[in-house]
Each structure stands twice: as C-alpha cells, then as structure tokens.
Design a protein around this ligand. Sequence first.
Ligand code: PEP
Ligand code: MG
Length: 538
Amino acid sequence: METLTGTTVVGGIAIGRIRYFAPFAYEASDAPAADPEEEVLRFEKSRYAVQDGLHDLYEKALNEAGEEEAEIFQAHEMMLDDEDLIASCISCIKEDGHLAEYAVVQAFDEAAAMFAAMEDPYFAARSADVIDLKNRMLEHLSGREQEEWTEPAILAAEDLAPSETVRLDKSLLLGIVTKGGSSSSHTAILARSLGIPTIIQCKDLSSECDGKEAILDGDGGCLHLEPDAETAKKLRDKKEAADRDLARLQELKGLDNITTDGHTVRIYANIGSPEDLESVLANDAGGIGLFRSEFLYLNGSAEPSEEEQSAAYRKVLEAMAPKQVIIRTCDIGADKTVDYMDLTPEDNPAMGLRAIRLCLTRRDFFKRQLRALLRASAYGNLGIMFPMIISVREVRECRALLEECGQELKAEGIQTGTYETGIMIETPAAALLADELAETVDFFSIGTNDLTQYTCALDRQNAALAPFLDPHHPALLKLIDMTVQAAHRHGIWAGICGELAADLSLTETFLRMGVDELSVSPVRILPLRDKVRNLNLT
Ligand code: PEP
Ligand code: MG
C-alpha cells in the first residue's frame, strides 16, 4: 500500500479504480508551411469549430451545473475572438511561414505567460484557461479524439481545466484527486457542487497510479493506493456507516427543527462566499446566519470594489430569498491579514486593530462595504452584523455610517431595501453589556470562537493550549445564557454562530436557554436537525 497526502476540499470516502486524466500533449512541428493561405484557412476553420463546441459546452454546463459553471465557456468563446491573439497567429503563419499548429502554440503560450505573470490571483489563474483553449485548438487541428469513460472511477489529474470538468461524465465520478489546484479552482467548485470526496495539492501524485485500486479518504486528506486488507476494511466500514447515516439524514430535508414536545429553533448556515450556496441549498438551511464577508477581501490582491461586493451579496440574497441572509461586515485583522491593507504589525493582534475597530478607523474603506450591502438589500432579506463590538458607542457609530451611506445612495438615485441590524457577541464586554446593547439592534449572534478565547484568555490559534481548553467552560455557558436572556428581555432574538452551535452535546442546553437560531456549516445542518427532533425538553 502507498499513501499520498493532500488537502481536503470535500470529505467522505470513495473506493474504486484510479483513472488518470492525462493532460493533452502535442509537439508542434516548426516545419515551414507549404501553403500559408491554406494554413490560415485551417486556423480559422478550427477557431470557428472550437467556438461552436464551446457554445455546446456552455449549454451543457448551464443545464447540469448552472450559470456560474457555464459562464466560463462564454468567456472562452470570447477569448477566441481576441484580435491580438488572432493577429499573432496569422502573422506567425503568413509572415514567418509556420503551420497553424505551431502558430497556435506560440501565440497562446505567450498569452498564457502574460496572464501567469499578473499579480492578481484571479487574472493569473486565467492562464490555465488560455492553455485549455490552446489544447482545444490543437485537438481540432490534429483531429485527436478524447477517450471516453465507461466505468465509475476516482479521477486523478495534474489539474483539470474547466472544459475538461464539464466534458466528464459526472455519474461516473467517485472522487477527485489532483496534484495541483486551489480551493477556488474550477475543480474545487465542481467537487463542492457534486459533493464528492476530493483532495487537491497531492504532491506525489503521478500517472503511475492509473488503473490502480484505491481508497480516497477525503476526511483524512489522503489517497491509499492498493490499500492493504486492514485499511480497506476499516475505511469500507466507515463508508458504509456514513452512507447509511447520510441516507437517513436526507429524509429530514423539508422537516421542521422541532423537539418532540414542540420547541422550535432556526437552523441556519455559515458561509464564506457565494460558492458555498450550493451546499447551503442542498442541506436545506433555514437561512444564512453568518456570511463571513472578509473572505471576499482575502481572496484577491486588491480590495473588492463596491460593485464586486454588492454583486456577491446580491447573488446570495437572491438565491436565498425570502430566507434571511446575515452578512457580517469585514472581520480583517488578527489571523486574517491582507497585504494590500498595509496593516501595522502588532504585538498582540487578537486584541489589536481588527474587525470593527479597523473599519471604524478606516471609514472610507468601511463605507464602501456598507454601500455595497445597502445596494444589495434591495434583492432579498438582509441582516447586517457588526463583529467584535464592545460598546454601545461603536454600534451607534456603525449605525450613523449606515445612515450616511443610505442618504448618499438615495441622493444618487440608487435603490435600497429594508434590513435588520445586529451585532456579534464575541467579547465578554458585549455579553456583560447585553442589556444596553439590545436596545440598539435587532438581533445578537454569539461568536463562541472568539468569546471562548477572550473569556478564558486562550489564544484560539495556539495548539499548545489544547490541554487548557474546555469548550464547555462554565463561564462561557454563563455568558451565553446571560446574552440570550438579555436579548429576550428587550424583545430581540439571539443566535449562536460560533463552532459550538454545531456541538450536539450542547443542543439541549442551548434550547433550554431559549436560543432562537443556531448557525452552522452547511453539512452540519441535517445532523443538528436530527438531534433537535429527538430532544424532549419537558
Ligand atoms: C466567532 O468568533 O465565533 C465567529 C463566528 O467568528 P470567527 O470565527 O469568524 O472569528
Ligand atoms: Mg469571531
């Protein structure tokens, strides 16, 4: 048995044979073209044929995976109309006397290198799209057909181009493992939407694994090639148990989160980007209780514009409407740093200029996000939530800025909608001031991750502190209870969006406290619903 390790994108276990997807390799001859005019004609014919094929792929992706997956093929179709790219191919054929294949390799490689050198990771990643197009052009020019799959298999590859992922027969995909890839690559997007076990960055993966029996352990982030009997039995049993449990949990979709004695609780989802929507919908979330908006800032090399942010928020709001979507304003700082913000290094970043403190210090930056949120509010049921609050003054300042942004948009004739305003309770100061704070907002959402670290003075990033960490520390539970009771005294609702919300051993405690909403990662929704439906609080 050989075990290769990688990074998990989707958990679960896949058992089957490896099918190694070899990248298209073509050696373009630099022999002179006998008839350059004829070569230009061949180039143009292939370009149109590839564009036709891309159009078919667009339609296929639209039906199978939706607009987001499909858009890339429209973009590819347009890339093939790029005047500079066409001119360099034609000049390589006509002026330098090369064959169409050679011209395609030269011009497309040059364009790909230009993208790859760009600093912005989004544009740098487009280099893979140009290479994908080059291969499609060469496939057509050389008349090479793609080999079809006929049996279910675990797909292994260096990485997958968008057109390759769409051309695959998804019903035959047991799992995916790639040598490269990133969590925002098309492969990862596809894997999440299909919900099949997937690991990326599996550095030791090679074409030698083709055809081998394997077990892909998405939970453990590893691929076992030709597993020994003991490993195979252990993982087979684990898969069978997980499959049975999954099938049973699927039957809970559409059912209420209600105890046997009639208490209900809302179960919402935590997300980091619009890409997580698919999983949110597949797991029947009642809404989104925490959209960690800072991930939009962490993904790029420049601050997302007001338009980009507003489009991302709108997408989530429209997909979820009429269900509520609570978007937390930017929580940058501490462990979440971004180079372009030029943050001053701090001795104690967890207690430093992070989250709302940073936003209230850089007001123009903050206002761009507030304006984007207000613009998106016209398209769904929005909640705006402020992180790391410790005082009533901070909430008032946030509200005043929101008001200012609302006035500006009105003056510009831009439509906005209604929204709720809430705060995260993730500092002991906020929990202790819950009565006063409840007078200023519509809801509380308790962030137990930070509330634990600040209450117990235990750095959440420091693994060495594990022996001292009690996730159920009585002081923490007391603060949660105080917060919920204060919220109810003032007629507002209180939820929990930290990791503890998914801790099934605390569900009964939270329901007894009267917690109104539990927001958890999408895959934890159905297990939590199951737990609630088996509780009796009498
Ligand atoms: C929390 O602190 O519990 C929380 C939900 O916020 P984050 O984990 O993003 O800091
Ligand atoms: Mg937090």
